[in-house]
Design a protein around this ligand. Structure first.
Ligand SMILES: Nc1nc2c(c(=O)[nH]1)N[C@H]1C(S)=C(S)[C@@H](COP(=O)(O)O)O[C@H]1N2
Ligand SMILES: [Mo]
Length: 319
C-alpha cells in the first residue's frame, strides 16, 4: 500500500494549505489503486478543514428533534475523549493543535468494496444533513446536539457487505504523538466500537462531520465520528480511521474495560441501572445548577423508531 500512516507524516509537511492540497491529490490516486472507483460527488466543494468553517450544502431532516439544542459552548467544552485526557475540559484544551488532515479511512473485512480512502473521497458520494439529536451519556448527563452528518446506512450499502457480514466495527486513530492521552492506559487503544448491520443501516445512524453547520471541532471527534442517538454516548466513536465488516461480534472498548458495567448493545435503558448508579434520570447540561434531573426514556426517546430492532432480545442480559 502506497499510503503512509498519518503518524508517518511529519507535522512540518502538513502546515501549509498548498501542502495539504498536494497530499490530498496524492491520496486520491492511492485510493484508486486500492481498488475502488468512487461515484461522482454530492458535495460541491470538499469539506473545509479550518476551525469554524461552514460545511456546504447541508439540508434539514425530519428525523431531528424540536428540542432546543445545547449551546456551542456546552457541546464543545464538556466532552469525553480519553485520547485527549479523562477530564471533561481536557479535550477542548488538548485537542486544539490536533490536525484532522491528512486523514484516511480503511474499509475492510466482509465487503465487496474495500480499500483505504482519503476523507474527502470517502464522504463525497453522500448528502450532508442536519440531525438534531439527544445524546445521553452513560454517566447520566445529556445534551441536545445539532450534528451535520451523512447516513451510515448509505455508507454501509455503498461498500456492499457480503452475506457473512453481521456487524460493522470501527476504530479510532492510534497515534500517541497526536493523541497525548494515549500515553496513559486509561483504555486499551485504539478506541473500538461496533454495531450490528441492522443498527448501522437504521435511518437514525449517522457519521457526523459537523456541528451547528460548521466542521466538526477536534474535541467532538474530527473529522468523522459515529452518532447513534438511542445508545449511550460511548458508542459514538470519534476520530474514525477504520471500518471493518465482520461475521462475529467485535470487541468494544468499554466492554473490554468493564464487561459487567458496559455491554455491546448499550441501548439507553432507564430500567437497567449501572452497577454503581441509577440510569432512571439524567442531568441536562446547561439547564443550570439547581435544575431537576429529567427522566431518562427507553432508547433515549427513540423507541418508536428502533425498538423493533431488538424484538426477541432480552435487554437485561443484552445491556
Ligand atoms: N475515540 C473516542 N470516542 C469517544 C470517546 C472517547 O473517549 N474516545 N468517548 C465517548 C463518550 S463516553 C461520549 S459520552 C461521547 C461524547 O461525545 P461529545 O464529547 O462530542 O459530546 O463520545 C464518545 N466517543
Ligand atoms: Mo459517555
Amino acid at each position: 500500500m502506497l499510503i503512509r500512516k498519518p503518524s508517518d507524516i511529519r507535522s512540518s509537511e502538513i502546515t501549509s494549505e498548498s501542502n495539504y492540497v498536494n497530499r490530498r491529490t496524492f491520496m486520491r490516486g492511492a485510493g484508486a489503486i486500492a481498488g475502488a472507483t468512487l461515484a461522482p460527488g454530492t458535495f460541491a466543494a470538499t469539506v473545509p478543514v479550518e476551525h469554524g468553517a461552514t460545511v456546504p450544502d447541508v439540508r434539514k431532516s425530519e428525523l431531528s428533534t424540536d428540542e432546543t439544542p445545547n449551546s456551542w459552548e456546552d457541546i464543545t467544552t464538556y466532552n469525553n475523549y480519553y485520547e485527549f485526557g479523562t477530564g471533561k475540559s481536557d479535550p477542548v484544551r488538548n485537542a486544539q493543535d490536533f490536525e484532522p488532515r491528512p486523514w484516511t479511512i480503511t474499509v475492510d473485512g466482509e465487503a465487496e468494496i474495500t480499500g483505504t480512502f482519503d476523507f474527502d473521497d470517502f464522504i463525497k458520494p453522500f448528502d450532508a444533513e442536519e440531525r438534531i439529536y439527544r445524546m445521553r451519556c452513560v454517566e447520566a448527563w445529556s445534551m441536545v446536539i445539532p450534528w451535520v452528518g451523512i447516513s451510515l446506512a448509505d455508507v454501509v450499502k455503498r461498500f456492499k457487505p457480503t452475506s457473512k457480514a453481521k456487524y460493522v466495527a470501527f476504530e479510532t486513530l492510534e497515534d500517541r504523538k497526536r493523541m497525548p492521552g494515549q500515553r496513559f492506559r486509561s483504555l486499551d487503544w485504539p478506541y473500538r466500537e461496533g454495531l450490528t448491520i441492522a443498527e448501522a443501516t437504521h435511518p437514525l445512524s449517522i457519521l457526523a462531520i459537523g456541528l451547528y453547520g460548521k466542521v466538526l471541532p477536534n474535541q467532538n471527534g474530527a473529522p468523522l465520528r459515529l452518532v447513534v442517538p438511542w445508545k449511550y454516548g460511548f458508542k459514538g466513536i470519534k476520530g474514525i480511521v477504520r471500518m471493518r465488516f465482520t461475521e462475529s461480534m467485535p470487541a468494544t472498548s468499554w466492554n473490554m474495560a468493564a464487561p459487567h458495567e458496559y455491554g455491546f448493545y448499550a441501548n439507553v435503558n432507564p430500567a437497567v441501572d449501572h452497577p454503581r448508579w441509577s440510569q432512571a434520570r439524567e442531568r441536562r447540561i446547561g439547564a443550570g445548577l439547581f435544575a431537576q434531573k429529567i427522566p431518562t426514556l427507553p432508547f433515549n426517546g427513540y423507541g418508536d423508531q428502533v425498538a423493533a430492532l431488538y424484538a426477541g432480545l432480552d435487554l437485561r442480559k443484552n445491556y
